[in-house]
Design a protein around this ligand. Structure first.
Ligand SMILES: NC(=O)c1ccc[n+]([C@@H]2O[C@H](COP(=O)([O-])OP(=O)(O)OC[C@H]3O[C@@H](n4cnc5c(N)ncnc54)[C@H](O)[C@@H]3O)[C@@H](O)[C@H]2O)c1
Length: 356
């Protein structure tokens, strides 16, 4: 076959919700990299961004113009009825994620890229996973560090024993357990492994959203490592950081994933018979930009091509949600320890509804 004669059709994509992560973060001149679903589809070879949807006509028109998108809809029912779509990003508030997913899949969409947290309840998350699985549709969840080369390499380094045995982790976040904490618990799953239990307490640090308070806590992992999760006041400064302490070194991923430091365990110069941690070169290539959204869209395209499987799947999003629900339940019940998996009675626990 003449390869040059084969026409490669671009995947037709749409974004539902043209707020911050859907389209508006790209207005921020300080970001300096593509930060939205609309921007990433528009910039990724293999995709045509053919439609946008938002209940707010002003936003729709502003980002329709900005990204030169021909299809503009104020209702996702109209969008799904009128456009033939391969991929849909769901960038609306959490309570809408499950119903939009169900309708998108019923309309024949093959890849749903849903923002985090995947849903407001475990029951809704389970429904999304089952709906997509039954239809053979791909489900991605917007814990974007899973798409990033650097974070993936850090996870592989730790899993390969680069830090020896993981002993403990500490992790900091701001801006709400469901909103930002979800990225942190997902990253802890990526770097440390599967949790077995949690303990949560309400944080005194304001999250900026009363419906989604900050929660401090402990997460116990298979193998014995324990992570301390701590929230700080979102108005003071934003922080997103994980320290992983192994038996042979400590790796800190800080500044929202944009910086890293490493210390190796070496013989102590101060105390005979002990080792100490000494600054050393980060053992993973931490250069380059963290083009989270561009890497995500390239990966979605590769999955549609059949060349990859989702790195941040619906099941991953559901597991992160289970940890959040457990932490919030514990915080609301005097810091009781909660073993995972959660009992079926908490599948409908509404703790994360009303959060973003
Ligand atoms: N991955 C990340 O780093 C990241 C960052 C920000 C937000 N998020 C997630 O993205 C989602 C949206 O958050 P945001 O901060 O962009 O919110 P936002 O309020 O800025 O934007 C949401 C948009 O959705 C529109 N909308 C609401 N309901 C709709 C509906 N039924 N049909 C069509 N449009 C509708 C709103 O008009 C608004 O423009 C949330 O789940 C949030 O947690 C993820």
């Amino acid at each position: 076959m003449d390869v040059a004669a084969v026409s490669v059709r671009a995947y037709r994509a749409a974004v539902v919700g043209c707020g911050r992560i859907g389209a508006a973060f790209d207005d921020d001149p300080r970001r300096g990299y593509v930060s939205t679903h609309a921007g990433a589809y528009a910039a990724t070879e293999g995709f045509d961004l053919v439609a946008l949807c938002d209940v707010d006509p002003e936003r729709l028109s502003r980002y329709g113009e900005k990204f030169a998108v021909p299809g503009r809809y104020t209702s996702y029912d109209d969008l799904l009825a009128k456009e033939e779509l391969d991929a849909v990003s769901i960038c609306t508030t959490v309570d809408t994620h499950a119903p939009i997913t169900a309708k998108a899949v019923a309309a024949g969409v093959r890849a749903v890229f849903c923002e985090k947290p995947v849903a407001g309840t475990l029951a809704a998350a389970d429904e999304m996973v089952t709906t997509c699985d039954n239809a053979g549709a791909l489900l991605f969840v917007g814990h974007q560090r899973r798409f990033d080369r650097f974070h993936r390499e850090v996870a592989a380094y730790i899993a390969g024993g680069g830090l020896g045995a993981v002993q403990q982790a500490t992790a900091y976040y701001t801006a709400g357990l469901a909103n930002t904490g979800t990225h942190l618990v997902d990253l802890l799953r990526q770097l440390v492994g599967e949790p077995e239990w949690v303990v949560g307490t309400m944080s005194r640090a304001p999250s900026g959203n009363p419906a989604d308070p900050n929660v401090d806590g402990w997460i116990g992992f298979r193998g014995g490592a324990v992570a301390a999760l701590q929230a700080t006041d979102v108005k003071a400064y934003t922080i997103f950081e994980v320290n992983v302490l192994g038996t042979t070194g400590r790796l800190r991923v800080g500044d929202h994933g944009f910086s890293a430091t490493y210390e190796a365990a070496v013989e102590s110069r101060r105390f005979a018979g002990y080792n100490q941690l000494e600054p050393a070169a980060v053992p993973v290539d931490d250069s380059g930009r963290r083009e989270y959204m561009l890497q995500a869209m390239a990966h979605v395209r590769d999955c549609l091509d059949g060349a990859a499987s989702p790195w941040s799947s619906g099941a991953d999003g559901r597991q992160a949600l289970e940890i959040l629900v457990a932490l919030r339940w514990s915080a609301d019940h005097g810091g009781q320890r909660v073993d995972l998996p959660l009992p079926a009675s908490l599948r409908d626990a509404p703790y994360l509804q009303g959060s973003k």
